[in-house]
Design a protein around this ligand. Structure first.
Ligand code: ARG
Length: 458
């Protein structure tokens, strides 16, 4: 028991305290990174003249045997294994004998854990970016399938102006593209090597840290050993990227919950992505979307939790830092499920153009009517006011804008002449917004192309 540091202690750790300290229940998932890091360190120790090549070979073979035990599921944890680093080293020494005890020369669990965790995060970000790209692809495909399908656009959840399904679907693509960039930036900042910093002051053995970085796939070496063992910015970056990705999924979900309601009926969630009610037989609940919306809460919580843990820490390593891994693992696990689930949901989502078309009422074209007056030379403010009066008149008469006669229009303004009825044309309204980012068919074709281009560069 307490093999790693028991020398100066006269009493064993209290059982409850041991449980309190043990990080093995969650850091065991770092076994692969821990072994990879240790192999690189063993090779570094050869370069530093600490290990002979033969000793390093023995250690590396032993570590590979430990890795194989984990992979086979036969690794047996022992009572004194307080974390994954302890467990791997203990088992290594059982396999290779006393030479295993040389591996930890010039190294501390402080630089070791930071290295393992960064290695893990680098791979995790790769995985999340792949999942994210799949969801982006599903949204782009949905946009392409109904690029020009008209629907009402909303501000304040009120009818605003006509848009298309393609326009709407792509509006949820771009936030995810920004997430891609954010994850890539987080990954770049993660690829800095702490190993060689030892406990805090650096290692006293001439290990080539640059070579270590290259072996392990890091792009830089942490320039300050004190900072290196305490720096968890990469974990916070991870959690911020996760929180924002979660927030984007939540907003997409919220909108689809609304769109799938009886009141909207713009979309139907596939049976495979919905669930029923235990009491109301008619119910088909969009609760996959609700769950995604809900999970954004824990993603944000993970970020806030870690930031709070880090806030007041004195330099350098403090045990508080052991609290870094669970929120990050949780964020990863959450997104590693949420993203593929959302991809499947979008891929199977049924779009109902007839329900969208049924909501295209002429009020959505009020801005076009104001634009008509502007094109005849009227200042926009005045045009806005006049159209407001037209809307009021239609409301008083209890009719749609399209039911007003030319005479009705003329009572509001002389400028509202014969051409006015031509304004009430949804296709023309959509087509007029051809600038970059607009809802016209050719602008949407161009946007879709840009989106696919961005994806192909991922
Ligand atoms: N389990 C620890 C962690 O996750 C490893 C580092 C422990 N270092 C120490 N000096 N107690 O942070």
């Amino acid at each position: 028991m307490n093999k790693l540091w028991g020398g100066r202690f006269q009493k064993p750790t209290a059982e409850l305290v041991r449980q309190y300290h043990d990080s093995l229940p969650f850091d065991r998932r770092l076994y692969d990174q821990d072994i990879t890091g240790s192999i690189a360190w063993a090779q570094g120790l050869v370069g530093a003249g600490v290990l002979t090549p033969a000793e390093a070979d023995t250690i590396v073979d032993g570590l590979e045997e430990v890795r194989a035990e984990f992979a086979r599921g036969t690794f047996a944890f022992a009572a004194g294994d307080e974390d994954i680093h302890t467990a791997v080293e203990r088992r290594l020494t059982e396999i290779v004998g006393a030479v295993g005890g040389k591996l930890h020369t010039g190294r501390s669990r402080n630089d070791q854990v930071a290295t393992d965790f960064r290695l893990w995060a680098l791979g995790a970000i790769d995985q999340l970016r792949n999942y994210l790209a799949e969801l982006q692809r599903a949204l782009a495909d949905s946009a392409a399938a109904d690029l020009a399908t008209p629907m009402p656009g909303y501000t304040h959840l009120q009818h605003a102006q006509p848009i298309t399904w393609g326009h709407w679907a792509l509006s949820h693509f771009w936030p995810l593209q920004r997430d891609q960039e954010r994850w890539a930036q987080a990954q770049a900042r993660t690829a800095v090597l702490p190993l060689g910093s030892a406990a805090l002051a650096g290692t006293a053995f001439p290990v080539d840290r640059q070579a270590l970085a290259e072996t392990l796939g890091f792009t830089a070496v942490a320039p300050n050993s004190l900072d290196a063992v305490a720096d968890r910015d990469f974990a916070a970056d991870f959690l911020y990227a996760a929180a924002l990705t979660g927030l984007h999924l939540s907003r997409l979900s919220e909108q689809l919950v609304l769109f799938s309601s009886a009141e909207f009926g713009f979309v139907a969630v596939d049976d495979a992505y919905a669930t029923g009610s235990s009491i109301m037989p008619q119910k088909k609940n969009p609760d996959t979307l609700e769950l995604t919306r809900g999970k954004s809460g824990r993603l944000i919580g993970n970020l806030v939790g870690l930031l709070t843990t880090l806030k007041g820490l004195p330099s350098t390593y403090d045990k508080d830092l052991q609290e870094d891994k669970e929120p990050v693992f949780d964020a990863f696990d959450t997104l590693a499920l949420a993203l593929p689930v959302m991809t499947g949901l979008i891929r199977t989502l049924k779009i109902r153009p007839e329900r969208m078309a049924a909501q295209l009422e002429p009020g959505l074209l009020a801005t076009d009517l104001a634009d008509y007056l502007v094109k005849r030379g009227m200042p926009f403010r005045q045009a806005h006011h006049i159209v407001g009066s037209v809307v009021q008149l239609a409301e008083e008469k209890g009719v749609l804008l399209t039911d007003l006669t030319t005479a009705d229009f003329q009572t509001v303004s002389e400028e509202l002449g014969d051409g006015v009825t031509a304004v009430f044309d949804f296709t023309a309204s959509l087509a007029s917004r051809r600038m970059i980012g607009g809802t016209a068919p050719e602008a949407l074709e161009a946007q879709l192309k840009t989106a696919r281009q961005a994806l192909s560069e991922e």
